[in-house]
Design a protein around this ligand. Sequence first.
Ligand SMILES: N[C@@H](CCC(=O)N[C@@H](CS)C(=O)NCC(=O)O)C(=O)O
Length: 213
Amino acid sequence: MYRLHGFSQSGNTYKVALLLQVLDQPWQAQHVDFMNGVTRTGEWREATNEMGEVPILDDGDRRLTQSGVILSWLARRHGAFGGHSEDEELEILRWLLFDNHKFTSYFASYRFAKAFGPAAPDAAVMAWLRSRMDNAFGIVDQHLAGRRYMVGERTTIADLSLAGYLFYPVEESDYPVADRYPNIAAWLERLRALPGWKDPYGILPGERIAPKW
Ligand SMILES: N[C@@H](CCC(=O)N[C@@H](CS)C(=O)NCC(=O)O)C(=O)O
């Protein structure tokens, strides 16, 4: 049984949970009290993850962190949702890196500031993040024009990684993905139809928080 450490607002945790769901693998969640600062403590970092981040996956004695590493490991271990050739593997890795650096990262920072931050977000910072999001979302929308999936003809971990944060309620970000990016919107519906798909707040632990700002 896999053990996944994270919390319900964490789209990076959700990426892994979603893969476990569509792989139909048994898993259990270990709640990490991120909202009360546990991942910023020296004790937690020393005992759990020196990077101060979730998700973390325990697979028996093996502990993995970084959603891209975990997704790659699970795809390889179960022979599903990975590449079917070296070229596809590299293409998946290319999109995982783009996701971690530019797609998820700006969106997740924007959403966190807007919905869960300790103080009202700074307008200039939000405008800058939004310009970076517009750039990254435009690139993915363009890539999906005439394609059903990011890589090849089937769902891969590149799709699950890029889409993870976009299954949260739009009120948390107020970023109108469905209105502005028709190819992303259609792709999200295809992913939502995968057997085993579940809403993040339906499968991850931790109190749900109404958007604050
Ligand atoms: N690239 C990492 C990002 C992980 C990440 O930023 N996780 C957030 C929660 S969703 C976190 O733990 N952040 C702690 C921090 O930035 O201090 C991954 O994909 O796993």
